[in-house]
Every structure is written in structure tokens, then in C-alpha cells.
Write a protein that binds this ligand. Sequence first.
Ligand code: 13P
Length: 257
Amino acid sequence: NTKEDPDLRKPIIAGNWKMNMTNTEAKKLIGEIIPLVKGADVEVVVCPNLTCLAAAVELTRGTGISVGAQNMHWEPKGAFTGETSVAMLKDIGVTHVIIGHSERRAYFAETDETVNKKVLVALENGLTPIVCVGESLGQREAGKAADVVSHQTAAALKNVPAGKADRVVMAYEPIWAIGTGKTATAQDANEINTVVRETLAWLFGSEIADRVRIQYGGSMNAKNADELMAQPNVDGGLIGGASLKAADFSKIVLFGK
Ligand code: 13P
């Protein structure tokens, strides 16, 4: 049980603000979050909309809070109207990027292949990818959750050099739990997170797999965070709705306290 060795995997709590918060609202929310999470012994990441990233980096400077983007393109530059390159994110001080969120897979035609290209580019350029995997309700009911998630994990991390694999953050987000108020039970979350770790061990060996943080996401909130975070293979949370309120988000960051 690696919870007994917290140095192995520092918990990581990230807020995915999705398409919420204008720049003005985002700055206010960050201002509220900063004092509430001061001194937290976990990695804290906020992922606001693209238009708020530069301001978020400035506001969080020196606070220990990191800033992540919600997406990026894999090409270094060129004629890709509306897209954002890794260099553009790095230039303004962004350190993390969510890749392959189920909403992007469902609404913006992301595939295991595009997810993989983005993961490789993030790692090559020193950004921390937060790689999302998770099954649909139909897949769960058909008993395929473990298979789907294992396959998505392997596909997302294809050709990742073993030497860089421990910089990846995985996020298990069952689609049926996202924005629905239906959280996976702590046992279900831990079971699939364990499948993710076993897949990582198969890909990179268990020593590396044991160092990768695996988040849970899907209706995680201030009430259920303690129980989820107590699971041996839940090393963090990717929070949607509850990350939009400073009081709720900070309670999750301070889980167990
Ligand atoms: P909710 O916390 O709103 O269910 O969203 C989870 C999520 O998709 C985070 O990426």
C-alpha cells in the first residue's frame, strides 16, 4: 500500500473548469482559492479556459498552484485555425495539459490516436499531461469497463519512452459519473485505477508504474473526496463542477483534514 509511502506519489488535485468562467470571473475565483489552499501538501492545478491561462499564471506565481490547459494540438505550428500549440502554452508558463477528456472525445472527434500524439508532444516539451480515460455506461453495464480503460491507457501511451512515463498523470473518469452527481463508489474507482496501474506496469514495468499518479474524476466533491482519496490507487482528483467554488475545491485539496 503506497499510501504508507506518500513520497512515492504526491497527490494531485486538479480543477477542470471546462467552458466556465470568463477571465474576470476566473481571476476572482483564483484570488479566492489561493488563501484557502495555502500550505496544502498536495499538488494543486487549475485548468481554466484558454483566455484565462496567462492571467492565471500571473496570479498563481509563487503560490505553489500550477496552471493547466484543457487541450492543445500536437503540431508545433501552422495552418490549424483555432488551435493552440505546446510552445504557446509553455511560453506563458502553463505546466500541465488535460488530454483526451471524454467531452473532447465525444464532441470534438478526439481518438486514441490524437490523444497519443498530444501526449507524446506534451512529454517531449516538458508539459505534464493529464490523460483521461473512462468507460461509458453501456460499456460498464456490459462488463467491459476494465478492458476499455486498459485499452485506452495503452493506446494513449503508445511509444512513450519509459524514462518519461512517470511524468504522466492518468485520470480515470467514468463517463456516466461526469456531471451527473453519480460518483463511482470508492471501491469501483480503486478497482479501475488498479487496472490502469496494472496496464502501466505491463507497459513500463512495475517500478515506473508505482510512481505514476492516477486521479479519479466524476462528481468528486467535498463530501466524497476523503473516501476516494483513502483508496490505495487513487492518487488525486480531476474535479469539474466542484472546482468552480473556492470553498468546495479547497476542501477537496485539504482532503482528510
Ligand atoms: P464533474 O466533477 O463535474 O463530474 O466533472 C468531472 C470531469 O469531467 C473533470 O474533468
